[in-house]
Design a protein around this ligand. Sequence first.
Ligand SMILES: [Zn+2]
Length: 407
Amino acid sequence: MLIKKTRKLTLNGYIVIALVLQLSVLFIRLIGTIIFKNFALLFESFHILTDLMVTAVVFAAIKISSSRFSKRYSYGLYRIEDLVSLFIAVIIASTAIYLLLSVFSALPSYSFQSSIIEIISIVPLFLSGIVKVIGGKALNSPSLASDGYHNYSDVYVGIGVAAGLLLTFVTDSDIFYYAAIMFAAAAILYVSAKVGKDSVTGIMDLPKDKKVIQQINRIVKENRDVTEIKSIKARWAGPAIFVEIVLTVNSRLTIEEAHDVSDSLEKKLLGEIPDLKDVVIHIEPSRNPHRVLMIPLYENGRIFQQFSKSQHYLIIDSNEGIRGNSRIVEVPREDILPEKNAQRLLNIVRENNVTDLLAINTGEILLSLMTVNHIFIWKAKSESVEDNIALFLQNKLPKFEATDITK
Ligand SMILES: [Zn+2]
C-alpha cells in the first residue's frame, strides 16, 4: 500500500533547487569555455553570474516583505516584490537588446561546438525557470515567478542563437541565423512586457485581478443587511491585497447594528480571501423612498386612541412623499395577552410591508417591539386621518417616544 505524502516546499526549498540548477548552468558553460577557449561562452558564464545575483535579490525581497520588520508599516513592505519584478523586467528587456546588438558582432565568436554547450546548459536553466514559476505561484510571490520568466527568456536566447548557428552551418546561409535571433528577441520582449505589466499594475494601484473584485462583490451581496454596494476598490502590493468598500444599509439600523454588519463582512472577506491584508468598510444610510403607513381606525373613520386595541387599520402606500394606494385590514378582537397581541400586529406589519405606524397612544410592549424591528411610530397631532397623513408625507410628525405613553 502506498502512503501518499504531500509535502509543501518552502521558499528556501525552491530557492535552493533553483540555485543548484543555475550553478550547474554556470559549471557547464565554464567547462565549455576552458575546453573550446570560446569568448562567447565566457560571456554567457558572466551572464549566469548576474542571474544568480538577481535570484539572491528576489530571495531577499521575499524575506523582507514577509518579515516582522515589514509589519511595522501600515501597508507593509509588500511592494518590494513589485519593484524587484520591475527590475527583472528591465533586465529581461536589456537581454533582448543585447541579443539584437549581438547580431552585428557575435556571429564569428560562436563556434559549432560552443553552441552545443550552450544548448546543453539551457536544460538546467529551463528547469530553474520552471521551479521558480511553480514556486512563485505556490508561495504567491510575483517576484519569484518573474525571475522564473527571466530564466525562460535566457533559454529563448540560447535556443535562438544555437538554432541560428546550426541552420547557418547546415545551409551555409546567414538568413536563418538572423531569423532565429529576431524570433528569440521577440519572445524575450514579450516576456519582459508580461513581467513589467504585473509590477507596474501593482505600483500604479491598478486592478490586477478582476476575479477578486467579483468574489468580494459576491460575499458582500450575501449579507442581507446590505442594500447596495456603491464601490469596491482593491489595491495590490506584491502578493498583498488592500480593499475599500462603500455600501449602504437600511438607515433605520442602529450604529451598533451597522457596525455588526461591517464586522461580519470583514471577518468573512479576510477568511475567504487569504491574500487580503486589510478591509476598510464605509457605511452609508439607505433611505427607502417607499414608505407604508399603518393607522388604527374607529368605525367612524377617526384615529383610534390606543394603537394595539383597534379592529380596523388603514394601510397607505407612499413613494417619495406622494400618496399611493390604500386598503383596510380587519383585525378581529381577541382576548390575548398584550405581548401576543403586539406579536400579532408585527405579523400584520410584515405581511403588508409596513414601515411606519401612526398612533395617538400606544403601550410600551408594542413600542419596543416595533423599535427593534426598525418600524417607526409617529405621534398623531389630532384625531383626523387626513390631516395626519398630510403631515406624515411632509415629514412633519414627531416620533412617538417612551415618554409620550399615557396609561
Ligand atoms: Zn539573465
